[in-house]
Design a binder for this molecule. Sequence first.
Ligand code: ISL
Ligand code: CA
Length: 569
Amino acid sequence: MPSLAIDCKTEMGREPMLVHLDADAQVFEAPTDAHPSTAWWRSAVFYEVYIRSFQDSNGDGIGDLRGIEQRLPYLQQLGVDALWITPFYPSPMADFGYDVADYTAVDPSFGTMADFDRLLQAAHDRDIRIVIDMVLNHTSDAHPWFAESRSSRTNPKRDWYIWRDAQPDGSPPNNWTTFFGGSAWAWDETTQQYYLHLFLDRQPDLNWRNPEVIAAVDDVLRFWLDKGIDGFRLDAINFLIKHADFPDMPVVTNATGGDLVQYHVHVNNQPELHPLLQNVRRVLESYPGERVLIGETGTLKAPELAEFYGADLDEIHLPMIVLPLHTPWQAAAMRQCLLEFYAGLPPGATPHFVFSNHDDKRLITRYGYEQHRSIAVLLLTLLGSPILYYGDEIAMCDMFIPLEKRVDTAGLIDPDTYPGRDPNRTPMQWDASQHAGFTPDTVEPWLPVNENRSTINVAVQAAAPDSTLTFYTTLLHLRRDSRALRVGSIRFLEETGDVLAYVRTFGDERLLIAINFGSGSPILDLSELADQAHCVLSSTLQRPDAVALAAVALNAYESVVFKLGAGGT
Ligand code: ISL
Ligand code: CA
């Protein structure tokens, strides 16, 4: 193919912007260079399966373990390395499985333990790892531990949960509120005390200061490790242990002077948390193989995130980095945020980027349709082991759920201001049929199927060379085949308008990634990097094979992966 020869001055009327590599301080090395381990999770792509919504295998309108097994060929073809499966334990489903009533069994609505064993084996046969959710901050109020604990003040398990007397006027022991709103203390009539719940009142918090709780949970972890699972995703792990004295939380009025905002400083990341995490890690490491701990740490601050790895990298392997979720989709803001996180990582640590999940708006709803391929390019070409949320790969978006169909309690508390999490949990869209192949058309799915299923579905997109699914699949395979993308160092280019650009390097392989966040068409002079580049992937067009780096014109919202040729620095 001919090289791209744009005379920028005459054709476009503009000079190329000269872009320099940034200072050496902004080279971040692959963890493998600083650490001898080449464990699979350091470069894996994870995929979150929200089990209720992925695939129903038995026609009850609820996704299940056998459904996941049926879709393993799809996941393998897509090119993901590991699944995080949301909780499938017996549960009253007050929080759709995040209220666990038995840690070592399977809820009948999701299948049986035999189904889990089959899924694990079938996934391993396809080289797909399985990470399961572990909800350790709280149980369901239906858990037998809590039934015992609440039965009397003298029950041996009373101290497994957090019980406190009322204040003299009968009010709760302190001002702590839940993440769903309202006091975090629920009154128990029988025993005349309050118990603590940071989430729903049907999710009482365990007392992690009690060694019996630690021992009981160790047994739970061993139960699953014995089965051969590849790791745990530790739910809300930053809240596990509370300030010993239960002081009131600081409260401020929000920016508009209205509602009170509470900072949960006395439950977040307490110093006593870290020995507990080290203990979980020791249990994991008493097993052969490379198993992984992913942690939902809730933090938005780079220095705090670093703490979750452990001072000697002996706690969580992959604390989730969700900051991009809270960062405007702008080149400069994203660049700044990424630089802070990379700079804050302890040596040898692997960043684990999370852009979307079952608790937050979907990417397209958050950032707009025109950005969705750039989001994929960014997530899958950054140094680290990223995670995808089911359906992102076909450009699923949030769906408005009318009040009468809402099931997430969080969306019922203040329905006018917060729709809850149902909109981003709708069933996976496999085909264009009425229920999108998730469940038979004769069956009512647990949440409505998005009406855009006629075009936003796997069947249509798998057959279309220019679809989102094909783009994701290409990108995932590109990443799998490239050591530079999987474990290479990352070096950011200097700030350049709407373009975020960085170079990934491993040995002789150098890839340049340029993401245009804006609607303009900038022309960049990247000749400092090399004279020519080969376009490996573009989100918007077929580019000529060889590109002269002295004048690279980017389309609106275009993301490109270039393989750099010789020359440059
Ligand atoms: O507390 C938060 C912010 O400070 C929340 O983001 C919190 O970390 C998050 O809600 C925890 O989520 C997890 O645990 C919940 C469950 O409802 C979510 O689905 C799960 O992801 C309770 O188990
Ligand atoms: Ca089912």
